[in-house]
Design a protein around this ligand. Sequence first.
Ligand SMILES: *Cc1c(COP(=O)(O)O)cnc(C)c1O
Length: 412
Amino acid sequence: MTVALHDAATLDAVDPLAAYRDAFVAADDESIVYLDGNSLGRPPLAVADRMTQFITESWGTRLIRGWDEGWFEAPLEIGDRLGHLVLGAAPGQTIVADSTTVSLYKLIRAALAARPDRSRIVIDRANFPTDRYVVQGIAAETGAQVDWIDTDPATGVTVADVAAVLGPDTAVVVLSHIAYRSGYIADIPAITAATHAAGAVVVWDLCHSAGVLPLELDAWGVDFATGCTYKYLNGGPGSPAFLYVRAEHIPTAVQPIPGWMGVKDSFLMGPDYQPADGIRRFISGTPPILAMMPLSVSLEIIEQVGIDAIREKSIALTDYAIELYDQILAALGVTLSSPREADVRGGHITVDHPEFPVLISSLWERGVIPDFRPPTGIRLGMSPLSTSFTEVRRAIVAIGEELIARTERSNL
Ligand SMILES: *Cc1c(COP(=O)(O)O)cnc(C)c1O
């Protein structure tokens, strides 16, 4: 296919972050076009040495003494670093410990407990499955009722959608900052303020925003938040999620999985659960120290680059993807299911076509790796630190070629 395009090579040549691609394993391997860093980020190169160092110098030789020499504090220390560099959170409010799913469970239960005279949970039907399942499970377990918001699938949840369901019995609102399908950015400050005005609290899921755009949790008045570290934060498969609780809620917060690692003195082995005074009370059992080591490496990269520069490249990448969509895919009957306006668009876009459910495997076979989101969506995630404009162009040209090939075959 020949198309006149905004030149990808030129965009790469002037990209101020282009050199950071070299900081990731195999990012220069031209046989792979990777547009799924929003599902699983690439590993930073320095991770291999950091893991070896941890195994030989810490686990292997310090052995159990490691707990006194940093491991015990690691979930809080890495949490504080992440809070500072990524979340807009002052120290003492963030840990990394469990999966996003488990963190959501802890936070939503803590939020309900903070509003004991109220029993309704608000969530939208377009939210990520795990968020909906956790809310349904908590409703079944506690007798809370769920108020569902139906959003426009092409956009996402708005302050008007939320205001329409808030009531005197609303305890907690559970929403995702960036819609996992459309990439629409919800207005955290406005929705949080509306929720507070109704006397409720809010739990924000930041899986698709942490590491790709600036967050200001403290300034926005956010009560509770959690999110993955294996997507834009490149922590690796199964790296623990972060969990944020606003300082004013911590002293009275009650989480539903009391454990020995979240108490005032773990090694006292006391008869009764005495939650730690600080954010440590949200830890339950032994946190995955080994699995949080890669995250400490990627935070160093983010510290060098700065989140504002990351957001700038993210916008340039998604702008370019939409430009290519307009030039190549629109005429082939593909629809754009993401916002055109950069200020309400996150780090990925989704395009839809009825042929995509069968086309996705041909793309993967030729080394072009976006992901598929039912019923007919291909989601193009452009992790700013490790994705080139050339990759974006190659992916969209490949989608166009595969669509044309299928149409030609079915016309024979
Ligand atoms: C990826 C993602 C999750 C994943 O939850 P895990 O417990 O880490 O598997 C949850 N919520 C959203 C919005 C996501 O995008």
